[in-house]
Design a protein. Structure first.
Length: 389
C-alpha cells in the first residue's frame, strides 16, 4: 500500500502593519529557519532562544544559532565532552562541565581549518580571524546568558583567548575609482566588454541592470534593501522612495535625476506589465527573466559581472554590492559632503564606520591645504628677499 505523502501547507501572511508583504515574508523566512535550527539544539537552551528572539535582529539571531549548532555538532563528532549522538541530546550537565580551554581548542585548533566529508568529495574549510571572532562572540553571548541564568556554575568567557583583528586601514576598503565607475556605466548602457552570450541577456535586461547599479552607486544601499524594493516604494510625483533598513526602520530617500531616468526607463520600457505577473510578484520592482522577484544571489552575480568589466579582470574577481556601497560613501566624501550627512544616508550606527571611508580619501591633506590660503595674493619678491617700495 502506497504511503500518501503529506503536502506542505501554503504559508499566508495576514498583514496589518505598514510594511509591504514581501518584507514580512522575508522576516518570516528567517524566523522559520531559526525555528528549524532550534529543534536541532538541546531543549535546556529554550530560554536562550527566547532571549535572542527579543534581544537581537533576526539576521543576527540566525547567525548565532548557526554558530551554536556548529559548536554542538563539534562536541558530538570531535570530542569526549558529551555522550550524545545528536546535538539536541547534549545534556545540561555536560554543558556545565565545558571549560574555557575547550572553547579555545575549538576556536584555535578546529575552526581555523576543518574538513567535511560528503558523498562527492572531502571539503576543506578555513576561517580567518574575522570569522573566528564572530564564532567566539556567539559562544560568549551563549555562555554569559547560561551563567546569568544559573544554568552553568561559572562564567568561563573571561578565559576565552583574544582573537586579534587587523586595524581597519586604507587597503581594506575596496571600491571602484571614478574612471572605473565610468567604464562600468558604459558597459551597462552600451554592452561594452560583454561576451556574446552575456550580450544576448543584456539586450533583455540592460535597463534593469542600469537601474540597479545607479541605485547602488547613488545611495549606497545594502543588498537586501535594494532587493526588497517595490513599485509601491516609489512616489515619482514627489521624487522620493521608501526603504526599510535594519530594525525595520523606515527611511525616505530623495530621487535625483539620474535615478529618476534609469528607473522610469526600466519601468516604462522593459519591466513586464503587472497583469502579466503572478500576484506575489506584481509589486516587485526588479524582476528576473522568469518574471519573479530578482534574488539576492542574482543581483550579486550581476554586480560581480559589471565590476569585473570596470576593473578589467575575470568574472570571478568582480566586486560584491557592498563594494559599491563603499564606492558611494567614498565618492560622497570626496565631493566635500559632511561625514555626518554621509553617515545618515548610509545608515551607519557609528560615525567611526563612516570615518573609514574618509580616511581612504586620496590626497586629502594636499587638497585641504591648497584651498586654505592666508594671503590674498602671493608676492614673488618675498622669495628673493627684496623689499617692497
Amino acid at each position: 500500500m502506497a504511503v500518501k505523502k503529506e503536502s506542505k501547507k501554503e504559508l499566508r501572511i495576514h498583514n496589518k502593519s505598514d510594511k509591504p508583504d514581501n518584507l514580512l515574508q522575508r522576516e518570516n523566512e528567517i524566523y522559520e529557519k531559526c525555528r528549524e535550527i532550534e529543534k536541532e539544539l538541546p531543549y535546556f537552551l529554550r530560554g536562550f532562544f527566547s532571549y535572542l528572539k527579543s534581544g537581537v535582529l533576526p539576521n543576527t539571531r540566525l547567525a548565532y544559532l548557526f554558530d551554536i549548532r556548529f559548536f554542538c555538532e563539534y562536541l558530538v563528532k570531535e570530542t569526549a565532552l558529551t555522550r550524545a549522538d545528536l546535538p539536541k541530546d547534549i545534556t545540561q550537565e555536560e554543558f556545565s562541565k565545558i571549560k574555557a580551554v575547550d572553547i579555545n581548542m575549538y576556536l584555535n585548533d578546529y575552526c581555523r581549518r576543518y574538513r567535511v566529508e560528503k558523498e562527492d568529495a572531502v571539503y576543506i574549510y578555513e576561517n580567518g580571524n574575522r570569522s573566528l571572532s564572530r564564532k567566539k562572540s556567539s559562544l560568549s553571548v551563549l555562555f554569559k546568558y547560561l551563567y546569568r541564568e544559573e544554568t552553568i556554575p561559572f562564567n568561563i568567557t573571561d578565559g576565552f583567548d583574544p582573537i586579534r583583528l587587523p586595524k581597519p586601514g586604507e587597503r581594506e576598503i575596496k571600491r571602484l575609482e571614478a574612471d572605473e565607475v565610468k567604464i562600468m556605466i558604459d558597459a551597462v548602457l552600451e554592452g561594452r566588454g560583454l561576451t556574446d552570450k552575456e550580450r544576448a541577456y543584456w539586450k533583455k535586461t540592460k535597463r534593469r541592470d542600469a537601474a540597479i547599479l545607479i541605485l547602488f552607486l547613488t545611495y549606497g544601499l545594502r543588498l537586501y534593501e535594494l532587493q526588497q524594493l517595490n513599485l509601491s516604494s516609489f512616489n515619482f510625483q514627489k521624487e522620493e522612495f521608501k526603504i526599510y533598513r535594519k530594525r525595520g526602520k523606515e527611511t525616505t530617500m530623495p530621487l535625483n535625476q539620474s535615478a529618476l531616468k534609469v528607473l522610469q526607463d526600466y519601468i516604462q520600457l522593459e519591466r513586464p506589465a503587472s497583469d502579466e505577473l503572478q500576484p506575489q510578484f506584481r509589486d516587485a520592482l526588479f524582476l528576473s527573466l522568469q518574471k519573479k522577484r530578482l534574488t539576492e544571489r542574482a543581483i550579486r552575480e550581476l554586480v560581480k559581472k559589471y565590476t569585473s568589466i570596470a576593473m578589467n579582470t575575470g568574472r570571478d574577481f568582480g566586486y560584491s554590492p557592498h563594494k559599491l556601497r563603499a564606492t558611494a560613501a567614498t565618492a560622497l566624501i570626496e565631493e566635500g559632503n559632511s561625514i555626518f550627512d554621509v553617515q545618515a544616508l548610509l545608515d551607519h550606527d557609528n560615525i567611526t564606520t563612516t570615518q573609514l571611508y574618509a580616511a581612504h580619501r586620496r590626497n586629502a591633506k594636499r587638497d585641504l591645504i591648497r584651498n586654505f590660503e592666508w594671503l590674498d595674493e602671493y608676492d614673488p619678491s618675498f622669495e628673493k628677499g627684496e623689499e617692497k617700495r
